[in-house]
Design a protein. Structure first.
Length: 136
């Protein structure tokens, strides 16, 4: 299970997704107040729900190593969720009057990259198994 590279990519994606619950994506002044506010995955309920679903899907996909088709589908759905989550974060960041993206926003960007690399690994693994089946 863990000797496959896609399991490591999925584990990294899950870890980065979990860390986004604590670390900020954007910090600045909102239009409503003068204090500095931080935009994290826990600041809005839809962002929190999507982040938890993304984290859970990555963890579930790790343990579906025997069913590569389902693992690939879940990884692709998780990739779509992570990209839409990035779009929502950028939209929420635009609501701030001033501010800057945090260094930890790279965690948010790392999730879709890891999921893409995991999907590519699953696909390669599936091709390898199919080619071995043809030889038998």
């Amino acid at each position: 299970m863990l000797q496959r590279i896609q399991s490591i990519w999925l584990l990294l994606a899950a870890a980065c997704s979990f860390l986004t619950l604590k670390f900020s994506f954007f910090s600045g002044q909102a239009a409503s107040g003068l204090s500095v506010e931080y935009l994290t995955a826990t600041t809005h309920i839809p962002l929190l729900i999507m982040t938890v679903v993304q984290f859970s899907a990555a963890l579930v996909a790790i343990f579906l190593y025997k069913n590569r088709k389902l693992q690939f589908r879940i990884t692709l759905v998780d990739l779509v969720i992570s990209i839409s989550l990035l779009v929502f974060f950028i939209r929420e960041a635009m609501k701030f009057t001033t501010g800057t993206y945090s260094l930890t926003s790279l965690l948010y960007l790392a999730v879709p990259v890891c999921l893409f690399l995991a999907a590519r690994g699953i696909r390669k693994d599936d091709k390898l198994v199919k080619s071995l089946d043809r030889l038998r």
